[in-house]
Design a protein around this ligand. Structure first.
Ligand code: C2E
Ligand code: MG
Ligand code: MG
Length: 553
């Protein structure tokens, strides 16, 4: 029994058994005395993805003890895993030292076998850790975020930090512009720079796609937000750069913050991020307690929707479109109102919520069906009717059967297609643009009129007008000049002229005053839908307008 060996070996065992991650380079203290004692001059540990790779001798990762002398391999040991990856340990002795005794060989074998087990366990743990806490592109993932929050939260370590959820804007467009691979590299560049700003006190995790969440020390928050707001990232070797912007929600965890669970953080940062994303005004939105109320309201609205739809609580109001010079009623827009527990609620209070899910699509079809029912009745009663327009949310655009469904609904009531107009709003991305084009063309081919709604706000693009067969442009109320001095007049008259030259009908929405009506006429816009004539009307009042045919100027 070689006592000296066992003393050294025991020390080595104690050290590696306690270690979860074995880094051989840091084990010199226990390995070197053993190697010296046994006469081992070098140990190599190699990993191979598969046994065939072994012959290329790549993947040599560790040389814990290398005296630099010429040496010969004495022991070779392998572990092959189920997935056929191989760990190979080779133990060398110096060429100049005498042959090893059987005892020395035995001890050296014991030592290297133990080392191999420790290394294998450690590498398995590392793989498992990578799989759990990183995504396929190498970013920290949501699991990491939750685990870290769960361990830091109860210890009060989150105080003095902010949680920032951010979404890279128009990343689909970026990918289209510079190609997917460069897009991926640009995303890496953007996040790498942020990670550097955040430093060791914080971390940045990818939630999926172009959504990220970060925990950032308050001292680094301003600089981080500056970066998130917009940053030029190089995308090729010539140093050309592309601007990357993000919208973000921020939740600051000051001394008053009380941690219960990860939702204490997520439930606050997400509504702020959502507001930044869809609100359009501010790219960076800080959480405020009133958002919690807003969130309750949204959840309530979503909960109430199916029942409200079934009970017929959504009412159709009709707002007349009027030819200004003659006062003739030339059409109407169907607008939704919700009669809930005796209160009449305007669409601005519920449409944005329903647009967050597919509920809006059900509501739009409900509206279309009720408009068809009304028109069927009016036709049966022998009334003169006017074309009615119905709003369709962008959420429908991906629905490949949309136009077929519209046609079969309208045909089911036997309404001639010329009496139905569909209003659609502008889109922002190329992908949506293609879908919109498909829908507008199909509606056009089926004989329906189509209108660009709210023209002039958001991202108006001339392509949108020229590349699709629209019939009507509805100019938003924010563009209507208030009188001859109003500088908006220049823009307004250009839009009207452009529409006319392209053979499109032009309607201004939201004229309320005589001055607005006068300047509309002065700039050649003849049709208006606005409070000047009527607000959206309940059905019975609208029927009266249908009967009189207009405003008898
Ligand atoms: P929109 O489609 O642009 O409808 C015109 C809005 O302008 C209506 O608001 C109308 O009441 C308002 N308006 C018209 N004239 C005037 C005016 O002279 N002054 C002012 N201040 N406002 C005027 P409403 O009914 O509150 O609807 C708001 C928006 O909600 C609509 O804007 C539309 O985007 C959406 N919406 C309404 N009903 C539906 C629906 O059934 N489906 C979908 N997807 N959206 C709908
Ligand atoms: Mg509309
Ligand atoms: Mg509009």
């Amino acid at each position: 029994m070689d006592t000296n060996f066992y003393i050294l070996f025991e020390k080595f065992l104690e050290t590696i058994i306690d270690m979860r991650e074995v880094d051989l380079e840091n084990l010199d203290d226990v390995i070197t005395p053993l190697c010296d004692y046994l006469g081992i001059s070098r140990i190599t540990v190699c990993f191979y993805q598969n046994p065939r790779a072994e012959k290329f001798e790549t993947g040599r990762t560790v040389v814990p003890h290398d005296t630099g002398e010429e040496c010969i391999p004495v022991l070779v040991d392998r572990i092959v895993t189920e997935t056929m990856s191989v760990t190979k340990i080779t133990t060398y002795k110096s060429a100049s030292t005498p042959e090893w005794s059987e005892d020395t060989k035995h001890n050296a074998l014991l030592f290297t076998k133990m080392m191999m087990l420790a290394v294998s366990r450690s590498s398995l743990l590392q793989v498992a850790k990578r799989r759990t806490f990183y995504d396929d592109d190498g970013y920290l993932n949501i699991n990491y975020f939750i685990k870290k929050i769960e361990s830091d939260g109860p210890q009060g370590l989150l105080k003095g930090n902010a949680v920032v959820f951010f979404n890279l804007r128009h990343f689909t467009l970026v990918n289209q512009q510079i190609g997917r691979d460069r897009g991926t590299a640009v995303m890496h560049g953007f996040i790498e720079k942020l990670t550097a700003i955040v430093g060791d006190d914080g971390y940045v995790c990818r939630m999926g796609g172009d959504n990220f969440i970060a925990v950032i020390a308050l001292s680094k928050l301003d600089e981080s937000i500056e970066h998130i707001r917009g940053c030029a990232v190089p995308y090729n070797s010539y140093g050309d750069r592309i601007m990357i912007y993000a919208t973000a929600g921020v939740f600051v965890m000051d001394d008053s913050f009380v941690y219960h669970s990860p939702s204490s953080v997520l439930d606050r940062v997400m509504p702020a991020a959502q507001e930044a994303r869809v609100g359009g005004m501010e790219e960076i939105v800080f959480f405020s307690p009133k958002m919690e109320l807003a969130k309750d309201k949204i959840m309530r609205l979503q909960r109430l929707f199916p029942q409200a739809l079934e009970n017929g609580e959504f009412l159709i109001y009709y707002q007349p479109k009027v030819e200004i010079r003659t006062g003739r009623l030339v059409g109407a827009e169907a607008l939704c109102r919700w009669l809930h527990e005796g209160e009449l609620i305007n669409p601005d209070s519920f449409i944005p919520t329903y647009e967050q899910s597919m509920d809006i699509c059900k509501l739009d079809f409900y509206m279309l069906e009720h408009v068809c029912k009304d028109m069927r009745k009016w036709l049966n009663d022998g009334r003169d009717i006017v074309p009615i327009s119905v709003n369709l949310s962008r959420k429908h655009m991906m629905d490949i059967d949309l136009v077929d469904n519209i046609i079969s609904l309208i045909d089911g009531y036997g309404i001639p297609h010329k009496y139905i107009e569909i209003e659609l709003t502008e889109t922002t991305t190329d992908v949506e643009f293609k879908d919109l084009k498909r829908v507008v063309s199909a509606l056009h081919n089926a004989g329906f009129s189509t209108a660009v709604d709210d023209f002039g706000i958001g991202y108006s693009s001339l392509n949108l007008i020229s590349e699709m067969p629209w019939n009507v442009i509805k100019i938003d109320k924010s563009l209507i000049p208030d009188g001859p001095q109003d500088r908006r007049g220049v823009m307004f008259s250009h839009v009207v002229n452009m529409a006319k030259e392209m053979g499109l009908e032009c309607i201004a929405e939201g004229a309320e005053t005589q001055e607005q009506i006068d300047s509309m006429l002065a700039h050649g816009c003849e049709i208006v839908q606005g409070f000047y004539f009527d607000k959206p009307l309940p059905k019975a009042t609208f029927i009266e307008r249908l009967t009189t045919g207009g405003y008898g100027l």
